[in-house]
Design a protein around this ligand. Sequence first.
Ligand code: ASP
Length: 315
Amino acid sequence: MDLTRNDILYILDKAEGMKTFCKEREKEKKERAHRTILQPLKNATLYSIFDEPSTRTEGSFEGAMILLGGEVKNKKLDSSSQAKGESLKETLKVLSSFPSTDIIILRHPSESAIKEVVETSFVPVINAGNGRDEHPTQALGDIFALRTRKGKLDGLEVAIAGDLKNGRTVHSLVYALANFDIKIKLISQEGLGLPPDVEQNIRKINPKIKIEKANSLDAATTSDAVYLLRLQKERLQTDQERSSYEASYPKITKEFLAKAKKDVILMSPGPKHEELPEWTDNLPNSAYWEGIQSCFYIRMALLNLILIKQEDYPS
Ligand code: ASP
């Protein structure tokens, strides 16, 4: 993700507009007046290609497109000509050459796939997760939720705990956070730390960034937000590796909350596992349900921004 601070703030403000749009729509639905709702993306079509499992990202991109009046088509790669040896690049080139295709959303297990296809696709392609690398729209949704709860971004301390190596959302998140005056605490056990190239990239974005590292959640008792990542078991090689990481994986406990800031918010890109036990679901601190809606508004904003010419884009 290489968005600037101004780009990010612009997208967050557009997402704020989308939140209002959704609220208006709810109101109109109650009054049974939904035929009058604006459909800015009427006649536009999104191709949704998910070659890894997804609930939130796939559902919200498709829902966002539908709410804006557009159409959605799904393509499963195992039923495409890839089964006959076609490359991903060619598949995307074909799908993007249809006059009916306006935008493609791609999730793929390969880290390099997205970079290869954006160069040859005839329409914009949004990265919905590329292997262990990045998940930019999730990160934008996360900082939108953070700003909504805290009313600001500058001046916050954010702890990020868990599998920082294999979790892709954290990589995009730290790139986004580095554009603000935010202290980042990275909490992980040995072997699951942030990849060195990601850390170098954050320092390129913000040479003055404050980063602290720890291996216990106790380091997060001063934080305004704690973002927890599940152990990415599907990306680990052996059961032994999985169970050894699980044994001392950071997780929210009542003892931690008793020591933490009263208004600390708990965040997660989902799905949640042991790191956020079910009893945390209804705590006022838990911001992960709003996080899902925040990602929805961000995806609406991005579809709108990409498919409709904006007169007010910041220079
Ligand atoms: N849903 C997020 C992703 O696709 C996080 C996760 O799977 O842990 O990366």
